[in-house]
Write a protein of this length. Structure first.
Length: 95
């Protein structure tokens, strides 16, 4: 008798039925989304900081210190999660 593993879930959505290339694509798509959404928020935060506080913070800092590190971390986390779910499904014998 073989034990079946339940697919990985993220917010209730089953994520274990993707192939290897789909897992890689999903990891990069989540990193892409995290990069641009954090960049948007960081640009507006710097805009309000500069306007309300009469500061001169460079807007390129939003890319360099917020969006890029967060995008890389989310991409790496997505690679671990999605390829881990794919690998776990492969080890369980499901195709």
């Amino acid at each position: 008798m073989s034990a079946t593993t339940a697919p990985a879930r993220l917010l209730g959505v089953p994520l274990g039925d993707f192939g290897f290339l789909s897992s890689i694509l999903l990891a990069f798509a989540t990193g892409f989304l995290a990069f641009f959404s954090s960049c948007f928020v960081a640009i507006f935060a710097i805009l309000f900081w500069n306007t309300l506080g009469h500061h001169q913070v460079n807007y390129a800092d939003s890319y360099l210190f917020v969006a890029f590190p967060l995008g890389v971390l989310v991409t790496l986390g997505g690679l671990v999660f999605f390829t881990g779910a794919w690998f776990r499904r492969r080890l369980a014998g499901a195709h």
